[in-house]
Write a protein that binds this ligand. Structure first.
Ligand code: CDT
Length: 308
């Protein structure tokens, strides 16, 4: 048995005016709860340090850059790294990254139990749009503020398991899980900021949105025989509701822990990485069953092309 006790640290809303230091205090409180529950790893959401700023239209680059971190750890997040190291807890969280070359990414990092960053992922599937969209109830400007990630979907050896990350909209794409599945991934962690309302379909309803989120993660877990931990930033951010629904999914695709609120809330499960072995050696033994000669469209074509 290779057990990792995982804490999914859902976060409630972060208002525009809330400073990073206050947010890190909340993350520290969740970390302390996780330590009390003997967690080995704590998973925080996408863009965990700030409000979901891509909903706001901004033109001034200095105003935009104020939402980005130029180094990690930095002064605001150092207490989180320090406490994680002191307690021997691995952590992962998302933030907006500005590189020394001035590139902008929606990023997530993973530490080991010594508090060292051992993994970095940059979000590949950026949803939304880059120009102001008058047809939408509210904006989703990830395509304006970030460029698509350039690191692919790596996996890392951590806590005696193969771990990978993706971010929010990535969870809806089966290619993401399979890229990591083909590297033997046993645990995929992800954070998300998903509006409770569809800006292009006002009557879609929260129930359907939660279902699609869960459907994506449970399918990804089952079809790749791995654990998936999806953690929301939820609640009302300056009048813009984000849905909760954080879950831990086992390698059979079953939800084993689920958040009940839209606030700061820790969900915990002891996840046995060896539970991945059966699926990986039977129905999803990729080496025996995959037929790559029939999959070329997946990497050669983006949109739909119907036969002539
Ligand atoms: N943050 C993020 O990727 N959110 C998207 C919302 C898409 S609506 C334009 C998601 O897939 O949850």
């Amino acid at each position: 048995m290779r057990e990792i006790v995982i804490g999914g640290a859902q976060m409630g809303p972060i208002q525009k005016a809330e400073p990073r230091t206050a947010v890190v205090e909340r993350m520290l409180a969740l970390l302390e709860q996780a330590v009390a529950e003997k967690c080995d790893l704590v998973v925080f959401p996408e863009l965990a340090l700030t409000t979901f700023f891509p909903r706001w239209w901004m033109e001034d680059q200095a105003e935009i850059d104020a939402w980005f971190e130029t180094e990690m750890p930095n002064a605001a997040t150092q207490p989180l790294f320090d406490r994680a190291r002191e307690t021997g807890t691995a952590i992962t969280f998302g933030y907006a990254e500005k590189t020394p070359e001035g590139r902008h990414f929606n990023t997530s990092i993973l530490t080991d139990k010594q508090g060292a960053i051992i993994g970095k992922y940059r979000k590949v599937h950026l949803p939304g749009h880059s120009e102001y969209d008058t047809e939408r109830a509210f904006q989703h400007l990830e395509k304006k503020y970030f460029e698509p990630g350039d690191l692919g979907f790596p996996v890392w050896r951590n806590l005696d398991a193969w771990m990978g990350m993706c971010i929010c909209n990535d969870r809806r794409w089966p290619e993401v899980y399979r890229e990591m599945g083909l590297q033997g991934v046993e645990l995929i962690t992800l954070g998300y900021n998903t509006p409770s309302v569809n800006s292009q379909l006002s009557d879609e309803g929260l129930e359907k949105r939660l279902y699609h989120s869960e459907l994506s993660m449970t399918a990804g877990a089952y079809q790749n025989a791995c654990w998936v931990v999806g953690v929301a930033k939820a609640g009302d951010e300056d009048g813009h509701p984000l849905m909760g629904g954080s879950i831990i999914v086992d390698p059979d695709g079953f939800v084993v822990a689920r958040a009940q609120t839209e606030g700061d809330e820790l969900i915990v499960h002891a996840c046995d990485m060896d539970a991945c072995n059966f699926g990986k050696t039977t129905i999803f033994d990729f080496a025996r069953h995959r037929r790559i000669e029939h999959y070329s469209r997946i990497t050669s074509q983006t949109g739909v092309v119907t036969p002539e």
